[in-house]
Design a protein around this ligand. Structure first.
Ligand SMILES: Nc1ncnc2c1ncn2[C@@H]1O[C@H](COP(=O)(O)OP(=O)(O)OP(=O)(O)O)[C@@H](O)[C@H]1O
Ligand SMILES: [Mg+2]
Length: 168
């Protein structure tokens, strides 16, 4: 019984870290994305650039997690599929929305690929954005590269309580 419980606890911990990556709590969204690009830069021959405006993007936990996950999938796709040499990532927080753009100079995703219902990675990105009332636009130009543009509206003050599960 003790062993089973230990195992269960380990599983829960593992799932929780995967749902909410520790770097986000430790670094905040902008630094976490920058960290991610630096890690990929070390492991690949791709040059990554990152810009955030303002430099520290303050955002609630759930939107941060959603954006970080979308970014990870988009960057993984660049590494796996794009044949790119350069990638630039920008994160911007405006008065009413937060936006993330990932632009690579690779072969360019084809529209038929972005519309393919079997493209679960792209589908997951869109679903995560949609959960927060946002959207993902994926545009490829053959031979020039791909742009993934994500925008998620910010919570209005009066919505914040409703989003906090402890206060429902
Ligand atoms: N940045 C990119 N440049 C070129 N092609 C891309 C890019 N991103 C995605 N693609 C193409 O779109 C397809 C769908 O992407 P998607 O992330 O849904 O699937 P995947 O990466 O093949 O598998 P997974 O479900 O593990 O993410 C990819 O297989 C690839 O052919
Ligand atoms: Mg993918």
């Amino acid at each position: 019984m003790g062993e089973l419980i230990d195992e269960a606890i380990q599983t829960v911990k593992r799932v929780a870290t995967e749902l909410r990556p520790g770097v986000l709590d430790d670094l905040g969204l902008a630094d976490a994305i920058e960290w991610q690009t630096q890690e990929l830069g070390k492991r690949t021959d791709i040059a990554f650039r990152f810009k955030a405006s303002p430099e520290q993007v303050i955002l609630d936990r759930d939107r941060s997690t959603a954006i970080f996950r979308i970014c990870q999938e988009a960057l993984t796709n660049v590494v796996r599929h794009a044949d790119a040499t350069r990638v630039s990532v920008s994160l911007k927080k405006g008065p009413s929305q937060v936006s993330l753009r990932i632009r690579d100079n690779g072969k360019g995703v084809e529209e038929s690929q972005t519309l393919d219902p079997r493209a679960l990675g792209l589908l997951g990105m869109r679903e995560r954005a949609r959960d927060w009332g946002g959207e993902v636009a994926i545009t490829g130009t053959p031979g020039k590269g791909t742009l993934v543009a994500v925008s998620i509206p910010l919570a209005r003050r009066e919505d914040l309580h409703a989003e906090d599960p402890d206060r429902r």
